[in-house]
Design a binder for this molecule. Structure first.
Ligand code: TIU
Length: 222
């Protein structure tokens, strides 16, 4: 067993790397790139850009160590048949899901903006989970894939901390996975939500999981 100890809050923890996957949540062009949908909504996308290099370092290490690497993307079928009306009807019509955005139809699979940024692009053989919701378990094959590989621990990176990262961690925690969220590999358009999103994961003795960093994980696994 390749067991390593990861420095984390509220406690450090020992994990078996063979039972550990890296999951990178929604590092999509529309959320991160200048000129994308996120920026069109008035967000400062540079707040998300800070997570790219730390993510890249952890991704490189995970690949070197042979960890299972899973990528997710939030988005919908072109006919929006998998998009709940309550999600589609929100916001001003020109900026809704399916509307033409700066990098193709907003949150629609197959459009340029829906794809993952080049710096973190999935390698051949790395599963990409297309998810209709914020959580990566909801209506996806993620749990089956993890179970088939005997995964018990998740290193979690991605955006945004308080939305898709938090939702996925809560879903994973209820399914029995140990979630270690890497603080500098996650980001939010709202710094205060990033801080709160991490604080609520590790509060109460780690109510949803652990919070660590790229540096601590690299020190432990590389
Ligand atoms: N991936 C993800 O977090 N989707 C979002 O919609 N996030 C926002 O912060 N809006």
């Amino acid at each position: 067993m390749a067991s390593v100890t990861i420095e984390a809050e509220p406690t450090s923890l020992a994990i078996d790397l063979q039972k550990t996957a890296l999951i990178i949540i929604d590092m999509q062009r529309d959320f991160l790139e200048p000129g994308g949908f996120g920026e069109t909504l008035g967000n400062d996308v540079s707040r998300l850009a800070v997570a790219v290099e730390p993510c890249r370092a952890v991704l490189d290490a995970a690949r070197r160590k042979g960890l299972l690497v899973i990528h997710t993307r939030e988005g919908h079928r072109p006919d929006l048949s998998d998009a709940p009306p309550a999600k589609v009807e929100r916001g001003i019509p020109s900026l809704r899901i399916g509307a033409p955005g700066p990098m193709g139809r907003i949150l629609v699979r197959g459009e340029p903006g829906h794809d993952i940024i080049p710096a973190l692009y999935p390698a051949e053989g790395e599963p990409v989970i297309d998810k209709p919701g914020k959580g990566a378990f909801y209506q996806t094959e993620l749990e089956l894939m993890l179970r088939n590989r005997g995964i018990e621990n998740l290193l979690v990176c991605g955006v945004t901390t308080e939305v898709c990262v938090n939702t996925t961690v809560r879903e994973a925690n209820d399914r029995g996975y140990r979630c270690i969220v890497l603080s500098d590999c996650c980001a939010s358009y709202f710094p205060e939500f990033h801080a709160a999103g991490l604080a609520m994961i590790k509060a109460q003795g780690g109510i949803f999981g652990w919070v660590s960093s790229s540096k601590a994980v690299l020190a432990a696994i590389d």
